[in-house]
Write a protein that binds this ligand. Structure first.
Ligand SMILES: *[C@@H]1O[C@H](CO)[C@@H](O)[C@H](O)[C@H]1NC(C)=O
Ligand SMILES: *[C@@H]1O[C@H](CO)[C@@H](O)[C@H](O)[C@H]1NC(C)=O
Length: 956
C-alpha cells in the first residue's frame, strides 16, 4: 500500500527511490552502536560446565556469569524431534520486566526429544542429541563458547569470537556502590541450579517466584532528571551509550526499562554460502556487511519505494539463516522479535565465494562469521543440523510449522488493483476476462471499497450490493478478496472502534492511553493482537452475520501490519507503546504482523466451522507466519531491478519456511512497458503466489489493454499457469507433508553442484522444472546453468535435450522464457482451457514422462482432493505415484481415495527421451495407439482413470 502522498509527494515527485532519512542507520540506533563496536576476543562470560544439571531427559541447565560484574545467567538446553537443539540464555535474577519469549512463532505441537549430558568437567561439557545420539553440542567454560556438531562435523560455533552481550536489568541512576552491595549480596546467596523450576513443554523459561511479573504496573519513569548520565561511557566495562533515551528525527524513545540488548556471534564453519534472513531486497546468497554496509536489519517497516541490493529492513522478518556447502546444510533460528541487526563477515574478504573451486589445493579455511544483536528479549537459538537441505527444512518445520495446503483457487491467477472503483467496475473486469478468454480466479478490492477506511464495511454507494457482487463471481467459480488492516478509525459510530475502546483492546501509548496514530482513515488506534481476547474478538468479526455483505467465498488481505503509522518514527509505532502482558512495543515489534495474520486465519476457520481452508495474504510477517497463509513482497516498482530482485527475495522466503510467496505483477508503482509486462508475467507464472496489482496512479493494466502481441503472450502465460496447477497443488500438499518449498534454489536438489550456489537468475519448481526468466531489457539471449552432472533437461516447448553441469547461452525471443523439465521426472498437467480453476476440477490429465540420461527411468507424484475443505486431513484425497521403469509405465495410489471421488482420467501421455522407438505399446492385451515426433512418443486417449492403478508397456 502506498503511503500518504500528501506527506511524501513533495519529496518524491522527481526521483524514484526510498527516502533514506526516514529510516535509521546502525549509527542512529544506540543498541546497534553498542553491539557493533564490541571487539572480538574479550568475552567476559564463563559457564559452570562442571555443574551442569540434567533436569530430566529432555532438559539441561547450567549457570553463566559475566565476570566483569558478576551478573548471573542461566542457560537451558533442549532438543526437539527432527532433530534440532535449542539454547536459551536469560538473566537468573530476573528484572521486574519479563523478557519476552516469542512463543507464538512456534507451532503448537512442537515435540521435545532427549538431550543428554555425556561428559562434564571444569573445562567443558558435552551433550548428545538426535535419534541415535549422533549429534552433539560442546560447551566450553572460560571463555564461554558453544560448538555444534552435525555427526562428527563441527558446523556452528556460538560466541567463538566472544561477542555475546546481555545487558542485565538495572535501575536508572544506580550508584556504583549500590551495584557493589548488590553483587555482594548475590554472591552470598546459595546457588543451586536444581532450583530452576521448569515448564514441561519446554518453551517457557520464565517461571518460579523470582521471575514473577506484576502485569500492567511498570515503575515510574522517575529518571527524567538524569540527563547528565555518561553517554558512550564505560561502566563496569559496559557501554551505556544511549541506553536510557534516544531521539530519531522528531521522535524521542523513552527507555524506562533501560538497556536490555542481547547479542551473540555465530560462525558457520566450512561454509562460504549463507542464505535466508528475509526480508531484504538483496541477493539470495547473503553478502558480507562488516566494513562495507550497515548490518542486515530486521525491523518490520513500511518502506516507500524500496531500493534493491542493500541490507535495509523491509516489511517482514525471519531471523533464520541457512548455510550450505557440498557436504552439509545447517541452519539456525534466532528467536527474537525485537529489532535485530545481523553483521556478516567473510574472513577471506568474500573473495572465495566468487571463486569456488579455484586452486582447491590451496583452499583457505571457509567460514562465515555472523553477529546478531537485538534490542531486548532473551538469547533463544535453535540449531538445525541437517545434513541435507531436505533435513534442515523438516527440522525447522518441527519448530515453526508448515504452510497448510492452500485452497486450489489461491494458486491460480489473482487480479487486483488499487482500486476497482465500484461493483460495476468489478463486473466489467470480470466480464473482460471472459470476453478475452483469459483465465483468472480472484478479484481483489483495496481500501477504497470500504466506508471511509472502516474495515469490515462497504462503501454504500459504490458497493451497494456486495453480497450479490460476490455471488455473481462465485456463480462462475470465482472468488473475491477484500483488504482488512489493523488500524482502526477512531470514530465512535464505527462498531469496531466503539467495541475495541470499550473493552480496552488497543495498544497504549507510553502514558497508558489508547495509542493514536495517523494511517489511511486519519486518526487511528491499533488493536493489540498480543491479547488473546483481542484475537478472539477479531476472529468473530469474520462471522457472516457480523461482516455484513461477506460470504464464505470472500477472503482476506492483511496490509499495513508492520504496523504502518504515517506519523510514527520510521513510519511505525513508538517503541515505548504498551502491549498486553506488560510488554513494550519494542519487545514484540517484528511479531505484530504475525499476530494479526493469526487472528484473521482463525476468523476464517470459525466462519465455516473449521470446514473450509482459509486464504489470507499478509505483508508483514515473522518466523511461523507460514502457518497462516501467503506473503507478498509489498510495494515494488515497475523497474528492471525490481523484476530481477524478485527471484532472490522469493527464494530467501522459501528456504526460510515462508513458501506461499509472490510479488506484485508487473510492479506496484509505475507503468511497465510492454516488454517488462511480458517478462514479468512470464516470470510470475512459475512463482507460488501470482497476483497482478497496481497503484492507483498507474494506467489500468487488465491484460486485454495491452497491444495484441503482449495480450496474446500474457494470455498464453496465464493458460500455462492453469495447465500447471496440478503441479503447484501437488507441491503444496508435499510442502505440508514434508516441508519442502515449492519454489527452491537449484542447489536444493543438486546440493553438490557448487556452480548453483550463487545463482540469482533461475530456480526450480519442485524437483521437476528449471526456470530461467528473462531479466534484462532487450535481451536476445540468456545464460542458463543446467544443474546436475548426470542429469538431462528437456525444453518444455521444443523438447530439446540439454546436458546438466553446463552453462549454455540460449537465444530468446519475446514470446517465451526458457523452462525445462528434469529428465527422470513425470509432470501432470491439465491442458483444457477454462475460465477459472474450479472449472478444471473434473478435467483429464496429460502426463509428460521425461526419461533420465539412460532413457530408462522417471517418476512423479500427483495430488487431488475437493480443492477447498479440510477433508483431505481425513485422507479423502488421492496422492499417486507414476513410475516409468524399463519400458513399463505404472500408476498407483500412495494415499486415498477415502471419500474423495473424481471422474478425472488420462487423455494423453508424452514420453520424452527414449533411445529407440517402441514397436508397440500395450495395456494388458490391448494395443494402444501412439504417434511420434523426433523427441516424443505420444499416446492419445489411453483413458486410464486417476483413481485406480494402471500400467502400460512399451515393446522394443
Ligand atoms: C449480478 O449479476 C446480475 C446478472 O448479470 C446483474 O444484473 C447484477 O447487476 C449483478 N450484481 C452486481 C452487484 O454486480
Ligand atoms: C522417484 O525416484 C527417485 C529416484 O529413484 C527416488 O529417490 C524418489 O523417492 C522417487 N519418488 C517417489 C515419490 O517414490
Amino acid at each position: 500500500m502506498w503511503r500518504l502522498c500528501i506527506i511524501l509527494g513533495f519529496f518524491t515527485l522527481t526521483t524514484w527511490g526510498v527516502d533514506r532519512s526516514n529510516f535509521k542507520t546502525c549509527e542512529q540506533s544506540a543498541f546497534c552502536r553498542r553491539n557493533r563496536r564490541m571487539q572480538p576476543g574479550k568475552s567476559p562470560f564463563a559457564a559452570s560446565t562442571s555443574k551442569a544439571v540434567q533436569i530430566d531427559s529432555e532438559n539441561i541447565a547450567l549457570d553463566l556469569v559475566n565476570t566483569l560484574n558478576q551478573k548471573e545467567f542461566t542457560l537451558y538446553l533442549k532438543a526437539y524431534e527432527g532433530p534440532s537443539i535449542r539454547v536459551m540464555i536469560d538473566e537468573s535474577d530476573r528484572s521486574p520486566f519479563k523478557r519476552y519469549v516469542a512463543l507464538p512463532a512456534l507451532q503448537d505441537r512442537i515435540t521435545q526429544a532427549p538431550v543428554t549430558i555425556t561428559s562434564q568437567g571444569e573445562e567443558k561439557m558435552e551433550a548428545s542429541f538426535g535419534k541415535n545420539k549422533e549429534h552433539r553440542l560442546v560447551i566450553f567454560s572460560d571463555p564461554f563458547k558453544i560448538e555444534v556438531y552435525s555427526g562428527e562435523t563441527l558446523v556452528i560455533t556460538a560466541n567463538g569470537r566472544g561477542l555475546m552481550k546481555f545487558e542485565h536489568y538495572r535501575e536508572r541512576e544506580q550508584k556504583k556502590a549500590d551495584v557493589e552491595a548488590e553483587v555482594h549480596q548475590e554472591q552470598t546467596q546459595e546457588e543451586d541450579a536444581t532450583k530452576v523450576s521448569y515448564n514441561e513443554r519446554g518453551e517457557k523459561i520464565v517461571d518460579g517466584e523470582a521471575k514473577k511479573v506484576e502485569d500492567g504496573d511498570p515503575p515510574e519513569d522517575g529518571a527524567k532528571a538524569a540527563v547528565d548520565e555518561p553517554s558512550a561511557a564505560e561502566t563496569d566495562g559496559e557501554d551505556l551509550d544511549g541506553a536510557w533515551e534516544e531521539t530519531f528525527r522528531a521522535h524521542t524513545d523513552s527507555k524506562e526499562r533501560g538497556p536490555m540488548s542481547v547479542g551473540m556471534d555465530f560462525t558457520f564453519e566450512g561454509f562460504d554460502f549463507i542464505y535466508g534472513l528475509p526480508e531484504h531486497a538483496d541477493k539470495f546468497a547473503l553478502s558480507p556487511t562488516k566494513g562495507k554496509t550497515d548490518p542486515y536489519r530486521l525491523y518490520n517497516l513500511d518502506v516507500f519505494e524500496y531500493e534493491t541490493y542493500n541490507p535495509m529492513a523491509l516489511y517482514g522478518a525471519v531471523p533464520y539463516m541457512m548455510a550450505h556447502n557440498e557436504k552439509h546444510t545447517v541452519a539456525m533460528l534466532y528467536l527474537n522479535p525485537s529489532e535485530t541487526w545481523v553483521d556478516i563477515e567473510s574472513p577471506n574478504g568474500g573473495m572465495l565465494s566468487s571463486m569456488v573451486g579455484f586452486v582447491s589445493n590451496q583452499k583457505q579455511e571457509s567460514k562465515r562469521e555472523t553477529h546478531w544483536f537485538s534490542e531486548t528479549g532473551i538469547l533463544d537459538i535453535f540449531f538445525m543440523v541437517g545434513p541435507t537441505p531436505q533435513d534442515v527444512a523438516k527440522q525447522y518445520s518441527g519448530i515453526t510449522g508448515v504452510t497448510p495446503l492452500p485452497p486450489l483457487f489461491s494458486l491460480a491467477y489473482h487480479q487486483s488493483r488499487w482500486n476497482y472503483n465500484d461493483q460495476d467496475d468489478v463486473r466489467d473486469v470480470d466480464a473482460g476476462f471472459d470476453r478475452h478468454d483469459i483465465p483468472y480466479d480472484v478479484i481483489w478490492l483495496d481500501i477504497e471499497h470500504t466506508q471511509g477506511k472502516r474495515y469490515f464495511t462497504w462503501d454504500p454507494v459504490r458497493f451497494s450490493e456486495p453480497e450479490q457482487m460476490i455471488t455473481n463471481l462465485t456463480a462462475k467459480g470465482r472468488r473475491m478478496v477484500t483488504i482488512i488492516d489493523p488500524h482502526i478509525k477512531r470514530d465512535m459510530n464505527y462498531f469496531i472502534h466503539s467495541e475495541a475502546s470499550a473493552n480496552g483492546f488497543y495498544i497504549k501509548d507510553k502514558s497508558g492511553v489508547d495509542y493514536d496514530g495517523w494511517c489511511w482513515p486519519g486518526s487511528s488506534s491499533y488493536l493489540d493482537f498480543f491479547n488473546p481476547a483481542v484475537r478472539d474478538f477479531w476472529a468473530d468479526k469474520f462471522a457472516l452475520d457480523q461482516y455484513k455483505g461477506s460470504t464464505e467465498q470472500l477472503f482476506t488481505w492483511n496490509d499495513m501490519n508492520e504496523p504502518s503509522v504515517f506519523n510514527g518514527p520510521e513510519v511505525t509505532m513508538q517503541k515505548d507503546c504498551k502491549h498486553f502482558g506488560n510488554l513494550e512495543h519494542r519487545d514484540v515489534h517484528n511479531m505484530y504482523g504475525l499476530m494479526l495474520h493469526m487472528a484473521t486465519y482463525e476468523g476464517h476457520l470459525r466462519r465455516s466451522n473449521k470446514k473450509l481452508r482459509p486464504f489470507v495474504l499478509t505483508r508483514s510477517f515473522f518466523a511461523g507466519s507460514q502457518r497462516y497463509g501467503a506473503v507478498w513482497t509489498g510495494d515494488n516498482m515497475a523497474k528492471w531491478d525490481h523484476l530481477r530482485i524478485t527471484i532472490p527475495m522469493l527464494l530467501s522466503l522459501s528456504v526460510s519456511g515462508i513458501t506461499f510467496v509472490g510479488a506484485d505483477v508487473s510492479g506496484f508503482f509505475g507503468n511497465p512497458d510492454h516488454e517488462m509486462t511480458t517478462r514479468w508475467y512470464q516470470m510470475a507464472t512459475w512463482q507460488p503466489f501470482f497476483r497482478g496489482h497496481a497503484h492507483h496512479d498507474t494506467k489500468r493494466r487488465e491484460p486485454w489493454l495491452f497491444d495484441e502481441t503482449t495480450n496474446s503472450i500474457v494470455k498464453d502465460q496465464l493458460r500455462m499457469r492453469y495447465s500447471m496447477l496440478p503441479l503447484w497443488y501437488t507441491l503444496f500438499y508435499e510442502n505440508e507433508q514434508q516441508a519442502q518449498p515449492p519454489m527452491r534454489p537449484l542447489w536444493w536438489n543438486f546440493p553438490e553442484d557448487t556452480e548453483a550456489f550463487g545463482l540469482d537468475d533461475s530456480h526450480l519448481v519442485g524437483d521437476t522444472l528449471l526456470v530461467r526468466p528473462v531479466l534484462e531489457q532487450g535481451a536476445t539471449s540468456v545464460n542458463i546453468y543446467f544443474p546436475g552432472k548426470d542429469t538431462v533437461w528437456y525444453d518444455i516447448s521444443t523438447r530439446q535435450k540439454f546436458l546438466g553441469g553446463k552453462t549454455l547461452v540460449q537465444p530468446v525471443t519475446i514470446h517465451s522464457i526458457p523452462v525445462f523439465q528434469r529428465g527422470g521426472s513425470i509432470l501432470f498437467t491439465k491442458e483444457r482451457v477454462r475460465r477459472c480453476s474450479a472449472l478444471q476440477a473434473r478435467d483429464p490429465y496429460t502426463l509428460t514422462v521425461a526419461l533420465d540420461k539412460a532413457g530408462t527411468f522417471a517418476n512423479g507424484t500427483v495430488y487431488m482432493d475437493d480443492e477447498v475443505s479440510f477433508d483431505y486431513r481425513k485422507r479423502d484425497l488421492i496422492y499417486a505415484l507414476a513410475e516409468y521403469r524399463q519400458g513399463v509405465l505404472s500408476y498407483q495410489l500412495l494415499v486415498g481415495p477415502g471419500k474423495f471421488e473424481t471422474p478425472a482420467w488420462v487423455e494423453r501421455i508424452n514420453i520424452v527421451g527414449l533411445t529407440e522407438l517402441p514397436t508397440k505399446i500395450t495395456d494388458g492385451e490391448k494395443l494402444l495407439e501412439f504417434s511420434h515426433s523426433e523427441h516424443t512418443v505420444t499416446i492419445r486417449k489411453p483413458a486410464f482413470h486417476m483413481d485406480s492403478q494402471w500400467s502400460l508397456k512399451l515393446h522394443f
